[in-house]
Write a protein that binds this ligand. Sequence first.
Ligand SMILES: [Zn+2]
Length: 266
Amino acid sequence: MTDALYLLGAALLGFLAGGIANARIMRTKESLIFTTSRSCSICAAPAHPKEMLPFVGYFAVKGRCHKCKAVIPWQYPATELAFAALFAVFAARALGMWGLVTPDFVASNALWVLFVRDALVACALVLIFIFDYRAFIIPDRITIPAMIIAIICNVALGLPVVSILLGGFLLGGFFAVQFLMSQGRWVGGGDIRMGMLMGFLLGPWLGVEALLLSYVAGAAVGVGLLLTKKRDMDSHVPFGTFMAIGTVVTLLWGQQLLDWYLGFFG
Ligand SMILES: [Zn+2]
């Protein structure tokens, strides 16, 4: 029963975080900039008080601006739902529920630190997913604070500092080399910071695994788009969106996947 309450609390926190994120990133014609208020992107009217409620607010106003009746994109409630779902899943992981495994190095009295780390990083990953998908950028003002959170929490959790640093510089270096080789044509500076974030968060082994998963996910979606002729070979791929997915999957199932894979070799 208590576990269920924790999950509910985590989901509510997620809806709230998603609502704040939406107000700051979505309600603007310029998807690149953070806005300070939650207002209609067409008529600029401030949101109706009912609409301020996370997730249910969208349905309370029937998905339309109360003033000009412009359709509110479904991405708003979807973003809020994504935050809530991730918060609940990471709470379940910290509680050892749903077959999710907590990392070996986390002591039982530090599970809340694990939840705080994962929930905060999840906020960053959802934002990176949205920004890179919509605008092909991975903003430093998201990746750099997330890196700092990942390092502080991992040190508090007892992950060896060598492992944290090695992960960050290995994955960041992977993109930095490509950046230098192509003079910034293959990857951008944002990719380097994203790689560092993944490495600082996951350490070298799981970091590389997350990177591989990102490439697999990117290739699968890319082939699908080519087959359905939605894209051609020259289309730009928002790789940050796939790195965000790869990181979440690795946070949740990375160790099990790695153990399963290594099981083939002995
Ligand atoms: Zn309006």
